[in-house]
Design a protein around this ligand. Structure first.
Ligand SMILES: [Zn+2]
Length: 259
């Protein structure tokens, strides 16, 4: 148990390092495969021993070995976050073939969050393949967040995917630019992985969190009503809470069994 947990965390840290590559390159349309990582300031290729998650950042004191340029704190933060989320996945769902799929899901949410924060886009190259994967895998492996030890099932996944897509497509039309097509595809993806209950809970948590932060920004930074706040990170937060605590929260809202 402790061994598997440690492996999950280490895997999470290593893949977290790759997520940083994705976050930087996907919105800039660079290949995520080659060339290898290099310093964004001096372009010197980063040697493998300087590319160890978290540890290298600490040894280098957050500076490039060649040019001394500061390395963004976001890099180790993404690695740490991914490691912690993999631990949460393992602790919530236990060992099994659902692990690679749920690892992929939480990592996709991290990448979406940081790209949406910086570029206000949610790339199709992440959401579209994940929608297909979620739909196909639902019949076999993906654990149902509302019943951690059973498969989600294709029908629930399909209903989740369609409801997430349609609800957010309507919101896009009604909000007139407040939200984009990326959010629609992201919610179709969340639905494919978590079913209709997941769409419901993710939307609820995302909206509450988004409203609170929005009000907070207005009060503390003087941001106006028109200030553009990307919604993807709130939906990502909602979907992660759903993945880990969905059953608990849903049963609290609806003490009587439905669906
Ligand atoms: Zn450098």
């Amino acid at each position: 148990m402790a061994g598997y947990l440690a492996v999950s965390v280490i895997l999470g840290l290593i893949i977290g390092s790759f997520l940083n590559v994705c976050i930087f390159r996907i919105p800039r349309n660079y290949s995520i495969i080659s060339p290898g990582s290099s310093c964004t300031a001096c372009k010197t290729p980063i040697q493998p021993w300087d590319n160890i998650p978290i540890i290298s950042y600490i040894i280098l004191a957050g500076k490039c070995r060649q040019c001394g340029e500061k390395i963004s704190l976001i890099y180790p933060a993404v690695e740490l976050l991914n490691g912690l989320l993999y631990a949460c996945v393992y602790l919530t769902y236990g060992p099994g073939w659902h692990l690679p799929l749920l690892f992929l899901f939480v990592s996709a949410m991290i990448v979406i969050t940081f790209i949406d924060l910086e570029f206000q886009i949610i790339p199709d190259v992440i959401t579209l393949p994940c929608i297909v994967l979620g739909l196909v895998a639902a019949q076999f492996y993906v654990a149902d967040p509302f019943s951690a030890h059973s498969v989600l099932g294709f029908l629930n996944s399909l209903i989740g995917c369609l409801s997430g897509g349609v609800i957010f497509w309507l919101i896009v039309i009604l909000s007139r630019g407040g939200m984009g097509g990326g959010d629609v595809k992201m919610m179709a993806m969340v639905g494919a992985f978590t079913g209709w209950k997941g769409v419901f809970l993710t939307t609820l948590i995302g909206s509450v969190a988004g409203s609170l932060i929005g009000i907070g920004l207005m009060v503390f930074t003087g941001a106006g009503r028109k200030t553009k706040v990307p919604f993807g990170p709130f939906l990502a937060l909602g979907s992660l809470i759903t993945i880990f605590l969905g059953n608990l929260i849903f049963n609290w809202f609806f003490p009587y069994p439905i669906g």
